[in-house]
Design a protein around this ligand. Structure first.
Ligand code: ATP
Length: 241
């Protein structure tokens, strides 16, 4: 099967500091894929490379067969990749609805519009005139997710949707995923909560210190495999006397 989006030997740097060391990655149309890994493993950096926020060599990333590494972020959104950034990043002084409409600026056609979003998250319809910052963390996350959906992407990249949210709110947000994928959207989630990642995704990539340490079908991976790939326990075990 040809990948919709792929990375090959992707390296990324912040100045002299290297954050990714040759990441190979494939995403297929219609998948919900999870990227897991400890703090600093390179998950956000990887998503930022895909969306043009961190520099990447042109040919290291391909979307629908075209090399897109290092293209300007706006151009990448127009081609159909959108990100829900870590920490939501709403425009504080704009209303909920104005924040959502910012997502439509790419001008892409598709199933997602204000009406659809308000059906999925009715609380946002109630709060549509309130400033983004007047919302709870969970409601802000719904706006951030909605804003990305408003650009009608082919691939939705979500960076730590659950960060700082209560378990009940996390479940509410993830409950929207089947609806999103049923519209034909391909989704990548970066998730610290490994249980949640495994539960909602079909495939998992684990990153460790800027490298892919494990990949496989979510339901096939064991706790031991994930712990080793996540924390590098294997290495420590070998190093022990
Ligand atoms: P977290 O779960 O904490 O967000 P992560 O897996 O997303 O972690 P990254 O944020 O991608 O990891 O970080 C990967 C590496 O790059 C880390 O060593 C981090 O310190 C470094 N890094 C990230 N952002 C920057 C930056 N703006 N400037 C310099 N180094 C950075």
């Amino acid at each position: 099967m040809t990948a919709l989006l792929c990375a090959e030997g992707l390296q990324a740097f912040y100045g002299d500091a290297q954050a990714l060391f040759g990441v190979d990655f494939e995403l297929h149309a219609g998948e919900l894929l999870a990227i897991i890994g400890a703090n600093g493993a390179g998950k956000s950096t990887f998503l930022k490379c895909l969306t043009g926020l961190v520099r990447a060599p042109r040919v290291a990333i391909r979307f629908k067969g075209e090399a897109i590494g290092g293209l300007p972020p706006g151009e990448i959104v127009r081609r159909g990749l959108a990100m829900v950034p870590e920490g939501r990043r709403l425009f504080a002084s704009l209303s909920v609805e104005e924040n959502l409409l910012m997502g439509a600026a790419s001008g892409r056609a598709g199933p997602w519009n204000l009406k659809r979003l308000y059906e999925m998250f009715p609380i946002l319809a109630q709060k549509r005139r309130e400033p983004g910052m007047a919302l709870s963390g969970g409601q802000q996350q719904m706006v951030a997710l909605g804003r990305a959906l408003m650009s009608n992407p082919e691939v939705l990249l979500c960076d730590e949707l659950s960060l700082g949210l209560a378990p009940i709110v996390i479940r509410e947000i993830y409950a929207a995923m089947p609806r999103i994928t049923s519209e034909g959207m391909t989704v990548v989630i970066v998730e610290q909560d490994v249980g949640m990642a495994q539960q909602v995704s079909q495939r998992v990539y684990c990153l460790q210190e800027g490298r892919v340490s494990l990949t496989g079908r979510s339901r096939d991976l064991t706790r031991e495999q994930i712990s080793q790939a996540y924390f590098g326990l294997e290495t420590h075990a070998e190093a022990a006397p």
